[in-house]
Design a protein around this ligand. Structure first.
Ligand SMILES: NC(=O)c1ccc[n+]([C@@H]2O[C@H](COP(=O)([O-])OP(=O)(O)OC[C@H]3O[C@@H](n4cnc5c(N)ncnc54)[C@H](O)[C@@H]3O)[C@@H](O)[C@H]2O)c1
Length: 329
């Protein structure tokens, strides 16, 4: 039995906790959150204990950690996991500062603790099937990749102000998908961005509409498009194009009903947001984390992936600010 300590009992903490409980020989035994009521409500549901952060890291009843607290806490808590020498699953992003993320990654590596980073989209059945086809050579050599990622509605500006900006907060997932699907590190980054959805986002120094072009040493090109608003729901699509054809992973719809009439053909909207769209991905991700621990195998994603995605996000930010492409060596 692996006993997990969960730090952060918010939206994503709840999702991860329920995923762990569904894996045989895995249990959440301790929950910590700065908001005691949040910890208590979830702990009660799980049959776990509420503990303080200090108790969490000093406990001999916890074998591994799940960090699902706010972004600004990830690096510190990862360092604590490294100090106590216990495995950890940490939500994205690793941190908003590359230097801090690097120090954190070094601590994790030095301690030799297994560490998985929450890039859940790799575990989405649609996207992982697309990846399998790329690996099997279905479209031959990959040439271009188009990643579309649009949220249904922007978050409050109070969130935008502490989010790290669209590239580090939102597009970080797409940078990871691009690295994973290209199977090669991008060497050039060019970004454009505008505040077209909400001027308050622009006033906060961020953009709500952005596109980034990545290219690799071998010449592969990836184009990522983000918007903080899509009137029709959560728009999550990937297209891969290569010498022998094209692969598309399209949106998952709220239902499969199709209406055909004199004015045209209509289907349901895409599933509303990430909790619905990526429900399977979150479950598979945590299952694979627990299985990697149980079977002592490599983590499917690591803090190194978090670091590389952050490097691309920083380059995109620099490119957006300067209006010039940024070369990565
Ligand atoms: N991979 C994904 O698709 C995905 C989706 C949502 C959120 N996230 C990430 O997960 C993290 C949490 O996001 P959320 O949407 O669940 O937020 P949330 O606000 O719903 O939950 C965060 C929880 O952390 C707690 N918390 C804050 N500071 C803490 C501290 N110092 N120690 C312990 N607990 C603390 C809060 O009280 C809250 O209960 C963020 O880093 C976010 O980027 C990832």
């Amino acid at each position: 039995m692996i006993r997990f300590g969960l730090i952060g009992a918010g939206r994503i903490g709840k999702v991860h906790a329920l995923a762990v409980q569904a894996v045989p020989n895995a249990l959440i035994t301790a929950v910590a959150d700065v908001v005691p009521a949040a910890a208590e409500a979830l702990a009660q549901q799980l049959g776990a204990q509420v503990v303080s952060i200090e108790e969490m890291f000093n406990s001999s009843h916890v074998d591994a950690y799940i960090i699902a607290s706010s972004t600004d806490t990830h690096a510190d808590y990862l360092m604590r996991c490294a100090e106590v020498g216990k495995p950890v699953f940490c939500e994205k992003p690793l941190d908003l500062s590359y230097e801090r993320a690097q120090r954190c990654s070094e601590a994790v590596q030095k301690a030799g603790v297994p560490c998985m980073l929450g890039f859940n989209r790799r575990f989405d059945p649609q996207f992982s099937t697309l990846k399998q086809h790329l690996q099997a050579g279905t479209i031959g050599k990959l040439e271009t990749l188009i990643i579309t990622s649009r949220d249904p509605a922007p978050p409050p500006v109070t969130y935008i102000k502490v989010s790290g900006g669209i590239f580090r907060d939102m597009m970080i997932h797409d940078f990871d998908m691009a690295r994973w699907l290209l199977d090669e590190e991008p060497t050039r980054v060019y970004a454009v961005g505008s505040a077209l959805v909400d001027p308050a986002i622009g006033a906060a120094g961020d953009v709500d509409t952005a596109s980034v072009t990545l290219s690799t040493a071998s010449g592969k090109i990836a184009v990522i498009t983000n918007s903080r608003r899509a009137t029709y729901g959560y728009d999550q699509r990937i297209e891969a194009f290569g010498e022998k054809g094209m692969l598309q992973a399209n949106n998952q719809l709220e239902n499969t009903l199709l209406f055909a009439g004199t004015e045209g053909v209509m289907t349901a909207k895409p599933q509303h947001f990430f909790l619905e769209r990526y429900a399977d991905a979150y479950r598979i991700e945590l299952t694979q984390f627990v299985q990697a621990l149980q079977q002592d195998t490599q983590m499917p994603t690591t803090e190194q992936d978090g670091l590389q995605a952050l490097r691309l996000a920083d380059a995109a930010y620099e490119s957006w600010k300067s209006g010039q492409p940024v070369d990565l060596t």
